[in-house]
Design a protein around this ligand. Structure first.
Ligand code: SF4
Ligand code: SF4
Length: 193
């Protein structure tokens, strides 16, 4: 965790952009710290949830968009539920993650590799295919032995079916088409799909 936030560059429109894209009012945050206190991922964060909110208020775009925490966030929404000001902190985190990604600031690349692996299986099967996700992630990240110790327990609980469950009656193809259309639109608009 950082001891202090060094102000290197202020971007006065940053908070307005974050508010508009997340439909939240970050200025309402009064730094009670409830979001951070309940965050199950805080132990791996380099900038805590309340510090990120403060960073947005101060316009610390560089520090916020370059922090690793955006990529380690589990999107569990505990922070949102705990906020006394009803700020959907998880939505702010997601907005910031997308902003960072669009600007090619991917500080934990393996997380993005996992996303792609997950989405590739959804594109083909219409839903996730866990073994496929694992295989694609290993190929992309070269982390062959990651979490291998968990395999026996997961297999015992039948959570890793060998065959994919493809969505029937044209559902998988329809989902594939939706994802392709989104990708084409993003490419037309010049944003990272
Ligand atoms: S959504 Fe992210 S920031 Fe919020 S509590 Fe969960 S892991 Fe932490
Ligand atoms: S819980 Fe809400 S008000 Fe408190 S620090 Fe987090 S975002 Fe700010």
């Amino acid at each position: 965790m950082n001891d202090a936030i060094v102000i290197t560059q202020r971007d006065t429109v940053f908070m307005k952009d974050v508010d508009a894209q997340s439909s939240q009012k970050v200025s309402a945050c009064y730094q009670c710290g409830n979001c951070t206190a309940g965050c199950p991922a805080s132990f791996v964060y380099d900038m805590q949830a309340n510090q990120i909110m403060r960073g947005v208020q101060l316009g610390l775009k560089e520090a916020v968009l370059n922090c690793r925490s955006l990529w380690m966030c589990l999107s569990c929404s505990t922070c949102s539920l705990r906020c006394p000001n009803s700020i959907d902190v998880a939505a702010v985190m997601e907005t910031l993650r997308h902003m960072a990604r669009r600007q090619n600031r991917i500080t934990v690349p393996n997380v993005e590799k996992f996303w792609h692996s997950f989405l590739d299986t959804v594109r083909v099967c219409g839903r996730t295919y866990e073994i496929g996700v694992m295989a694609l992630y290993i190929l992309r990240s070269l982390r062959v032995f990651t979490d291998l110790d968990l395999a026996p327990e997961v297999l015992k609980k039948n959570k890793l079916p060998f065959m994919p469950h493809v969505v029937q009656n044209g559902g998988a193809a329809a989902i594939g088409r939706i994802m392709r259309r989104y990708k084409e639109r993003a490419e037309r608009e010049g944003v990272r799909p």
